[in-house]
Design a protein around this ligand. Sequence first.
Ligand code: HPA
Length: 283
Amino acid sequence: MSSEFTRLSAVTASVREVCDLVPRVGLTLGSGLGGFAEHIDVVARMPYERIAGLPISTIEGHAGRYVFGFVSGVPIVAMDGRVHCYEGYSAADVVAPVRVMGLLGARTIILTNAAGGVAYDFDPGDLMLITDHIATLVPSPLAGAHEVELGPRFPDMTEVYTPRLRVLAHEAARETGIALKEGVYLQMPGPAYETPAEVRMAAVLGADAVGMSTAIEAVAAHAMGLEVAGISCITNKAAGLSSAPLSHVEVQAVAARASKEFASLLGNLIGLLGSPASSRRAP
Ligand code: HPA
């Protein structure tokens, strides 16, 4: 039986044939945040449909391509668009592009998304640094035969979101002049937005924001031993916390309005990651 690692290694080899840039950082751009691709000094663009073995996004606003290039002088690869389980993909398919970024050489993965604010003081346009997540309501990308190349059978999840990256993210936010909030992200299965009762459940479970992505990507990246940072753009108050009905168009519009601030934050964070002091590894 062909393993997931074998499949992903073949994908990695075919990506390398088109672009041999070794990324230091892998970045996923969530709903409405694809505009960040404009801040990349682009070396190559690769639509997923041209790479056999990668899942293709079916959603408007999720372009579905890798963009290779430099941000603040740091070599990166960005996923401009991602796929979700609610599109009919398995959890392994959903995390495949993130795992490939790791196999390409990225040591740090920065995951971004649009999310609904559950914490009472979160407003549309706020940016939230993810401190931890709840992935219990969605399938695990680690289920199935154990593949040691993709991580241990029972990986520790005490610190999925690397503490030193959280420190750097706050430093980048100070440089950018934005108030970066912090909180726990809960991944819902989607594609329907939550009911108000589900949002109350999320609050009881300890979530500050809800969305339909990211946590399983973080699980896969952390299991591979990669450093992980996550940042949510709060595009709306979650269902029942405001009188406004939720819509994908509104989510994208708010994310687009916040994208300039978000881009500056990401640019500064990546710049800090590339600085010699930050690249030093703990002994
Ligand atoms: N719920 C789930 N996903 C989302 C939301 C939300 O309220 N807003 C943006 N993505």
